[in-house]
Design a protein around this ligand. Structure first.
Ligand code: PLP
Length: 358
């Protein structure tokens, strides 16, 4: 394949796949102290028990030692109801996607994902030099395009990357729908990214030993309030996990993150309380949007996409000027802005600012 992009003299030629990629830079600076409704994080922060565990753990010597994963794997396995051999710890879901692709996808292979969806599926597939085929969410209600996806999957498909519920649409699909995908995609690694599972309650984790092509990821970045820690898990049947291990860097998850994750899963009350708060706040948000006559898409997650018409970027910028951060998604779904659902108080604040500018 010939290179179409001219490099300045003296610049080392990168791989063709990297040369072709669009740069990706999430707008992630200066967010502390603002009402963070832009990244679907936990908007009140991590459990205090996580902070306590970290403070108690940190000593000079412990930081000097390379990570040891045994205890963390045992405790997390018990929490997730699997065996320690059924998963790898990952540096966030992002590394889970990367390791899955490094394990199963070669240069030129076909990867199927949905559109719009989490940007990192395309990112890692492109870095690997794969051909990415994207199936659009249905226009009406942004529903999961099951039949269209099934039609797109063929014996040459090497990976299928699905987020359930999906970001940024907020829509989800059933376990039965995913089983149909698994039955069709017999030559592919099928990733079900369950970053927002706690809000939807729909999971395929219990199916890893029924489908040899099923991979499920979970993260501590969302409901657990630990996005800065970069830790998650990638589950599959143990035979697959051995290969994932081979393709993963041995110490990509740091010790401090494992300590935080161990403490986080102890505090189930914290997670339950936060989920209950978010679900109540989401109802409040729907009512507020309806009062303003703003169309929105019903969500299974802790964020909602609403239609700001021609003014998506304006709304985002005006809200930011008032200290409320939301995400413009109009470049992929015309007119749409995504707002993370936090507490009811945060939703009230968002609605108050929105009313002023609407
Ligand atoms: C669907 C989905 N998966 C994964 C992530 C990020 O996960 P992590 O922080 O674990 O890499 C996000 C964050 O926005 C997401 O929306």
């Amino acid at each position: 394949m010939s290179r179409e992009i001219e490099l300045p003299p003296g610049v080392l030629q990168p791989r063709e796949a990297v040369l072709r990629m669009q740069p990706y830079s999430p707008p992630t600076s200066g967010r502390l102290g603002k009402v963070r409704l832009d990244f679907n994080e936990n908007t009140i922060g991590a459990s205090p028990r996580v902070i306590e565990a970290l403070l108690e753990y940190l000593t000079e010597e412990r930081l000097a030692v390379y990570p040891e994963y045994r205890a963390a794997k045992q405790e997390l396995a018990a929490f997730f109801g699997v065996e320690p051999e059924d998963f790898i710890l990952t540096n966030g879901t992002d590394e889970a996607i990367q390791v899955l692709i490094n394990t199963y996808v070669d240069d030129g292979d076909e990867v199927v994902s949905l559109q719009p969806s989490y940007a990192m599926y395309r990112f890692y597939a492109e870095v690997a030099g794969a051909e990415v085929r994207e199936i659009p969410y249905r226009r009406e209600k942004l529903a999961f395009p099951l039949e269209e996806l099934l039609d797109a999957i063929s014996p040459v498909t090497r990976a299928v990357l699905i987020s359930n519920p999906n970001n940024p649409t907020g829509t989800g699909t059933s376990r039965a729908g995913i089983e149909r995908v698994l039955e069709k995609a017999t030559n592919a690694a099928v990733l079900i990214d369950e970053a927002y599972y706690e809000f939807s309650g729909v999971t395929t984790l219990g199916l890893i030993n029924d489908y040899p092509n099923l991979f499920v990821s979970r993260t501590f970045s969302k409901v657990y309030g630990m996005a800065g820690m970069r830790i998650g898990c990638l589950f599959s049947q143990s035979e697959n996990v051995e290969f994932l291990h081979k393709a993963q860097s041995p110490y990509s998850v740091n010790t401090v993150a494992t300590v935080a994750a161990r403490a986080a899963v102890q505090d189930t009350a914290f997670v339950e309380k936060y989920v209950t708060e978010v679900l109540a706040a989401r109802e409040l948000l729907y009512v507020g949007l309806e009062e303003l006559g703003i169309p929105y898409y019903e969500s299974k997650a802790n964020f909602v996409l609403f239609d700001a018409g021609e003014r998506a970027v304006f709304i985002r910028d005006e809200l930011r000027a008032q200290g409320v951060l939301v995400r413009d998604r109009s470049y992929e779904i015309p007119g749409c802005v995504r707002v993370t659902v936090g507490t009811r108080d945060q939703v009230r604040r968002f609605l108050k600012e929105l009313r002023e500018i609407w």
